[in-house]
Design a protein around this ligand. Structure first.
Ligand code: PLP
Length: 461
């Protein structure tokens, strides 16, 4: 019997197939479903809830604003909400970092910010090509999709995705090879077939693409190459900005200054859709209204986004992220070692991936975690990477609880697979999940007893 969502919501729905609970409330690092079951959130809305769910101080200012009949919609007319955000963002984020950017508020999604960045780079350089990298993810509208690697998503476009060239990301060709040698040689050779691009767009840590981390040296070299060839460098910080890697921007650690930066997801700090494009002032050559949209700079988003900058008045959050980062990294490395599983642990700040050699494992572990009351997703072209993305404000206790649950789930999955042969359960269809869930739950209880992991269900209410 199909549930209401399956009956009426489009087949395009995705995450609910892997995490089929009906969520009702959430606080901090926890989400609760309609049956009162609690889930520890190691997903954080794919990077939207960096400050946790419903943070009190943001909620208070939002409620006050709404109760005072604060204006909720102005298109891109001036508002006090926008003024206060611009003023505070300049003062708290840009000025202390010596950054000088004009601020464009595009439509409220990440993909719209990417569209704006690409259009502007093409306009100011009068060039068409944009270079992107293997396994990049920049969004689902046609321009952003054209710089996205995933073949399945690209095929959904239904039209050719053109005027882009995909080059190997840092580490794509293995450790011994600097992929920028290739890019630089191509740029210098008029016979390479690569036109000088308008822009290079990248994520410093590819999140959806499998938690692929660009090294500092690689980022610095890319900045140098783009400068030498007068190419606009766009850093898409939509998922790994707003403190995800420790500092507010993910590129700060490498000491580089991009020409354009895109932000969204955690910018409002409250799950209110909002996006921002930061533009080197001389590149701000838009004609009025040349990239517009109805929901540009949503006033309630400005209200919570302004308050969220409280987190950045000092380096307390950054220090906390770096501390928790160490805990996560050490724990994951120890887990892989202890369980003797072939996997690479990679990440920065509070985005970590466990890339399993057996590509079926990440999905199995994610499902076992869900059954135990935890949400943690997978990433990578084959969903082969277990991707940890807890809120930055998560308590150490909850962080440890989540890591315990992952370890116990992995142990259970490995033991189950050893006993029954490798599972080919990929948990991609609701039907598969339903069947697998019943089987898994029964097996999990059985394994839990033998493996003395009875407390695997410890985070369920
Ligand atoms: N860019 C990056 C790096 C992302 O991770 C995402 C979404 O996951 C996007 C762009 C697209 O953002 P949105 O889904 O809000 O359009």
């Amino acid at each position: 019997m199909k549930n209401l969502f399956e009956q009426h919501e489009s087949e395009v729905r995705g995450y609910c197939r892997n995490f089929p609970a009906v969520f009702t409330t959430a606080k901090g690092a926890w989400m609760t479903d309609q049956d009162g079951r609690r889930y520890l959130d190691f997903f954080a809305g794919a990077g939207v809830m960096n400050y946790g769910h419903n943070p009190d101080k943001l909620k208070t200012v939002l409620i006050e604003y709404l109760q005072s009949d604060g204006i909720t919609h102005t298109l891109d007319m001036y508002s006090s909400a926008k003024r206060d955000f611009i003023e505070r963002f300049q003062r708290v984020i840009l000025k202390p970092r010596g950054l000088d950017y004009k601020m464009q508020f595009p439509g409220p999604t990440g993909t719209n910010a990417v569209e704006a960045a690409l259009k502007l780079a093409r306009k100011v350089t009068a060039r068409e090509q944009v270079v992107n990298f293997t396994n990049a993810f920049h969004g689902m509208t046609l321009g952003a999709l054209a710089v996205t690697g995933n073949g399945f998503k690209r095929a959904g476009a239904g039209v050719p995705l053109q005027h882009t060239s995909s080059l190997p990301f840092c580490g794509y060709m293995g450790d011994g090879l600097d992929t920028l040698d290739y890019f630089e040689a191509m740029l210098k050779d008029n016979g390479s077939g690569l036109e000088t691009p308008a822009a290079v767009i990248l994520e410093t840590v590819q999140a959806e693409g499998g938690v692929n981390v660009a090294s500092t040296a690689w980022l610095q070299r890319l900045r140098k190459i783009t400068q030498e060839h007068d190419i606009v460098l766009i850093v898409d910080d939509i998922q790994v900005g707003c403190g995800r890697t420790g500092k507010f921007f993910s590129f700060e650690e490498a000491g580089i200054t991009p020409d354009i930066v895109t932000l969204s997801k955690s910018l409002s700090g409250y799950g209110i859709p909002m996006a921002l494009v930061l533009i080197r002032p001389d590149l701000d050559q838009w004609a009025p209204g040349e990239h517009n949209g109805t929901f540009r700079g949503h006033a309630p988003g400005f209200i919570t986004a302004t308050k969220a900058l409280d987190y950045w008045e000092n380096n307390g959050l950054e220090m906390a992220v770096m501390h928790k980062s160490k805990i996560v990294k050490e724990r994951l490395l120890a887990m892989v070692e202890r369980l003797g599983v072939k996997a690479e642990v990679r990440g920065r700040g509070l985005i970590y991936g466990v890339a399993f050699e057996d590509i079926t494992l990440a999905n199995q572990v994610s499902q076992a975690c869900f059954d135990a009351g935890m949400v943690v997703e997978t990433a990578g072209m084959q969903d082969q990477v277990l991707k940890l993305l807890p809120s930055l404000t998560i308590s150490e206790e909850d962080l440890t609880l989540g890591l315990d649950t992952i370890e116990k789930s992995l142990a259970m999955v490995l033991q189950r697979n050893a006993g029954h042969g490798t599972s080919h359960h990929t948990a991609k269809s609701a039907q598969t999940i339903e069947t697998a869930k019943t089987a898994e739950t029964a097996e999990m209880a059985e394994t839990a007893e033998t493996a003395e992991t009875a407390d695997i269900a410890l985070i369920s209410v």
